[in-house]
Design a binder for this molecule. Structure first.
Ligand SMILES: NC(=O)C1=CN([C@@H]2O[C@H](COP(=O)(O)OP(=O)(O)OC[C@H]3O[C@@H](n4cnc5c(N)ncnc54)[C@H](OP(=O)(O)O)[C@@H]3O)[C@@H](O)[C@H]2O)C=CC1
Ligand SMILES: O=C1O[C@H](COP(=O)(O)O)[C@@H](O)[C@H](O)[C@H]1O
Length: 517
């Protein structure tokens, strides 16, 4: 087995095994990502893709599935042309039950033929687009079926959710680690693949004027919003067991928080960056008592309401959801990173389904200057904001105070904006594309290391336990609203408010943005 060296130019020759090839994730994200990488020349020609699932498919049927998935979800559209034909030739399908070791032996033979045909030196990437309960048995059968005996590298890419709580995550991790080394495991958090989340470290560490201000002396609070307009769609059965805390907070929200709060790493390599992120997670204040949880956390569930004039049903009426469910579809919290840099600075986070807009934004609110000394109209002074727009708009927005044109010394907030999506638009690589490419070239920075996951569960578990033990049920909010009223209160008690996202609620703040005009 060779080392997991990073190839920075293009993906090395490899076989990609897509377990769960007939499923939703493969169809919506993985096949389109592979096609985009191919179209951009990042896969080269020395690769093969093997689709694996239980239901029978011929190679032709499988290629047809891939074709329609790409047509629907990829930013490059496949025509019935030479490019498509050359690409699809790389795809084959094998019907396999992950519990059957003999099927893996058959897979080994199939793989060796492909490797000989394409000149692939035994590099194998296993993408598990499967329910997590199957991760352990797949890992074992890959080993017992001889799939890890090739001379190249072996990488295991796994999806969230990684466990239901810390003990189950630890058990899952042990099962995987019996077979794969930590540096061979790539745990996906697709938020880490988003352009603007990756941009945070550049904004912070490549600009002279942010880092000196990036601390408790100058930052009043940080707000992280990940709002969705969708409900639970057809994922009621999964979501009802998970809820917003496990579905979004344990992973995406805490990952964004760590990117904002981490110390500059000694070097920009995966381990140094992830070392710093783990330190942040370990410094997050843990809430466990009933009082702490009630005071700092908001748990909500949407009831019937409306959005853009469309009537929407409540969560409990959704398919495959228990009509008496106490699962939260909204989560907000006031968190603290208890270290020297951030002592006393609140990090307000909120995420929810059936909110008014689809938006992920991070707002860093700076402390105000002592306005009453120089400026008569103190109320004109608005705090400086740095807004990182993650999704769906991508860009950076910096709000400063300037003199309003005219004879009076009147102050108005103005915006300086870099709208990345206006410039590169739909060509921005999608998160899965970037992460698949990173995994194929052994670049682990934007994957979650086990100790990060463990630390995140240790923040989330006591909250879930307090909700259960003290019967803290979610507060209702009408679909299409910004969550329970208490979500405003956790800020207003401190003299703050949520800054509007996506230029919503314009009377709250002068939000002069080129993209919003
Ligand atoms: N869909 C999404 O957008 C996202 C999904 N995820 C995660 O990705 C994983 C896959 O999700 P998703 O694609 O939605 O799930 P689906 O239920 O759509 O697909 C599951 C896949 O697993 C295959 N499968 C199930 N049991 C076996 C088995 N014993 N042996 C071989 N194949 C099996 C199914 O095929 P068959 O029945 O033919 O065997 C199917 O291809 C999950 O962990 C999910 O949480 C994470 C983020 C987003
Ligand atoms: O992981 C998940 O993320 C999506 C939101 O992702 P985005 O990239 O569209 O913002 C969420 O809808 C889903 O519930 C969750 O499992």
């Amino acid at each position: 087995m060779t080392d997991n060296k990073i190839d920075s130019v293009s993906a090395p020759a490899a076989v990609y095994f897509i377990f769960g090839a007939t499923g939703d994730l493969a169809r919506r994200k993985l096949f389109p990502a592979l096609y985009s990488l191919y179209r951009e020349g990042k896969l080269g020609e020395r690769f093969a893709v093997v689709g694996l699932a239980r239901r029978p498919r011929t190679n032709e049927q499988f290629r047809d599935d891939v074709f329609s998935s790409i047509g629907e979800f990829c930013r490059y559209k496949p025509g019935e042309n030479e490019v498509w034909s050359a690409f699809s030739d790389h795809f084959t399908y094998l019907s396999l039950d992950t519990g059957n070791v003999d099927a893996f032996k058959q897979l080994k033979e199939h793989t060796e033929q492909l490797e000989a045909a394409y000149g692939i030196p035994g590099n194998r990437l296993f993408y598990l687009a499967l329910a997590p309960e199957l991760f352990g048995s797949v890992s074992r059968n890959l080993r017992d079926g001889g799939m890890l005996e090739s001379s190249g590298w072996h990488r295991l890419v796994i999806e969230k959710p990684f466990g239901y709580d810390y003990p189950s995550a630890e058990k899952l991790n042990e099962e995987i680690r019996h077979v794969f080394r930590e540096d061979e495991v790539f745990r996906i958090d697709h938020y880490l693949g988003k352009e603007m989340v990756q941009n945070i470290e550049v904004i912070r560490f490549a600009n002279a004027f942010f880092e000196p201000l990036w601390n408790k002396n100058h930052i009043a609070n940080v707000q992280i919003t990940l709002s969705e307009t969708v409900g639970v769609e057809d994922r009621g059965a999964y979501y009802n067991k998970s809820g917003a805390l496990r579905d979004m907070v344990q992973n995406h929200m805490l990952q964004m928080l760590t990117m904002i709060a981490m110390e500059p790493p000694g070097r920009l390599d995966p381990e140094s960056i992830r070392d710093e992120k783990v330190k942040v997670l370990r410094s997050v204040r843990r809430y466990a008592s009933e009082e702490e949880v009630r005071d700092h956390i908001v748990r909500g569930q949407y009831s019937s309401g409306s959005l853009k004039g469309k009537a929407l049903k409540g969560y409990r009426e959704e398919d495959n959801v228990d009509p008496e469910s106490v699962t939260e579809t909204f989560f907000a919290a006031k968190l603290f990173v208890e270290n020297f840099r951030w002592a006393g600075v609140p990090f307000y986070v909120r995420t929810g389904k059936r909110l008014p807009v689809k938006s992920t934004e991070i707002v860093v609110e700076f402390k105000n200057v002592p306005g009453n000394v120089l400026f008569a109209r103190k109320q004109d002074l608005q705090p400086n904001l740095l807004v990182i727009r993650v999704n769906p708009m991508e860009g950076i927005y910096f709000r400063i105070n300037a003199k309003a044109p005219g004879n009076d010394m009147k102050i108005q907030p103005v915006a300086m904006e870099f709208c990345q999506s206006c410039q590169v638009g739909i060509n921005t690589p999608e998160a899965y594309e970037r992460l698949l490419f990173d995994a194929a070239r052994g670049e682990g920075t934007y994957f979650t290391r086990w100790d990060e996951l463990a630390a995140a569960w240790k923040i989330v578990d006591p909250i879930a336990a307090a909700w259960r033990d003290y019967a803290i049920a979610p507060d209702e909010y009408p679909a299409g609203s910004w969550g329970p009223e208490k979500a405003e209160r956790i800020l207003s008690d401190d003299g703050y408010h949520w800054w509007p996202v996506n230029g919503q609620d314009e009377d709250h703040v002068v939000w002069v943005s080129n993209t919003d005009k």
